[in-house]
Design a protein around this ligand. Structure first.
Ligand code: TXA
Ligand code: MG
Length: 316
């Protein structure tokens, strides 16, 4: 059910959940001080309670209400990248509910870059928690229609159009004086963040190691994803095995579509690739295709967000 901004404000104020647009992906929002509404988010997403939520703010100075020990480099990052696709994990203040942080002593905060949502947050008057508006481990929505499909139209949605970024925000742990840790790569790269913070990154703390049969698949669309490094023989061999129907997303390899495989030539830059990726995954249905085959982008800093989502969503 699509609703107006006024209705969204009214529902959120009175402790209901509403799906909202951001520049990254749609979120499922609740006021940060309502245990009832926060619980509803976990229940609707079927998300385990030990997965903490991001708090969305509308003004930089709201940071001081939620977090302690705000270092100068944090303000440099916020001034440069907010509103935008950067989430900062900071030492939390007492008033932040344990349900938001999964009882950790840190809280994840970002200011989303979507005019409708910023206006809604200001009018609600308190920060909103919002995980992506999908069922646990499934592909995040980048259109209001994806949200309607995910929740069978049972959750009110504020339609803000297509998400401009298309993948979830970059998350960094920013609790240390002299080091940052990348917790989830996104469209903002480590190089861009380092150039502003002037703080070094430690080894990344996200894993793409895939152990066949044991891997927990995240960001998963309806049809299973199989990912291959560029120019891998397996990719070409799979495509020429005509026993299955493939949806193929290529970057450098050139193969044409035929009646068992539909080939898409993806944009060769991470910004345009991200804008398209989840939207394509949402369109591929089991009635039409048996597998999605993806040629991985290069293992480079600026491609980390895209690679991470493909590798985490893939079976092999
Ligand atoms: O772009 C985004 O970040 C979107 C939009 C809606 O803002 N939100 C989003 O939320 O992707 P979600 O819940 O799908 O992913 C949040 C991630 C989770 O991986 C969670 O573990 C991590 O943020 N996170 C939240 N609080 C944390 C904390 N205190 N420490 C470490 N990681 C945290
Ligand atoms: Mg999510």
């Amino acid at each position: 059910m699509k609703i107006s901004s006024e209705k969204a404000v009214q529902l959120l104020k009175s402790e209901n959940i509403v799906a909202v647009p951001t520049e990254t992906v749609y979120g499922l929002a609740a006021r940060y001080d309502s245990e009832k509404a926060i619980y509803d988010i976990f229940k609707n997403k079927k998300r385990p309670l030990n997965h903490p939520l991001i708090v969305h703010i509308a003004e930089i100075n709201w940071l001081y209400e939620l977090a302690e020990d705000i270092k100068p480099y944090i303000i440099r990052l916020a001034d440069k990248f907010w509103p935008g696709p950067l989430t900062l994990v900071l030492k939390k203040k007492m008033l932040v509910n344990d349900m938001i942080t999964a009882s950790q002593d840190t809280v994840a905060i970002r200011m989303p870059n979507h005019p409708l949502l910023l206006d809604v947050i200001r009018k609600v008057g308190v920060p909103l928690v919002a995980p992506s508006a999908n069922k646990f481990c499934k592909t995040s929505p980048t259109l209001a229609d994806h949200v309607e499909k995910n929740f069978c139209s049972k959750i009110p949605v504020l339609d803000g159009g297509k998400c401009k970024v298309g993948i979830e925000s970059t998350i960094i742990l920013a609790t240390e004086n002299n080091s940052l840790t990348l917790l989830r790569p996104g469209i903002l790269s480590k190089q861009e963040i380092k150039a502003v913070s002037k703080i070094e990154f430690l080894t990344d703390n996200f894993s793409n190691i895939s152990v066949p049969g044991q891997k927990k698949v995240h960001y998963q669309p309806q049809v299973s994803i199989y990912a291959f490094e560029s120019n891998s023989e397996i990719l070409e061999k799979s495509i020429y095995n005509k026993s299955e129907r493939y949806f193929v997303m290529l970057l450098h390899t050139k193969i044409s579509s035929d009646n068992t495989c539909k080939v898409i030539s993806m944009p060769n830059d991470p910004i345009h690739y991200s804008q398209l990726m989840y939207e394509l995954w949402h369109t591929v249905s089991l009635e039409e295709f048996d597998k999605i085959l993806i040629e991985l982008p290069p293992n480079e800093d600026r491609w980390q967000g895209v690679r991470d989502r493909i590798l985490k969503a893939s079976i092999i």
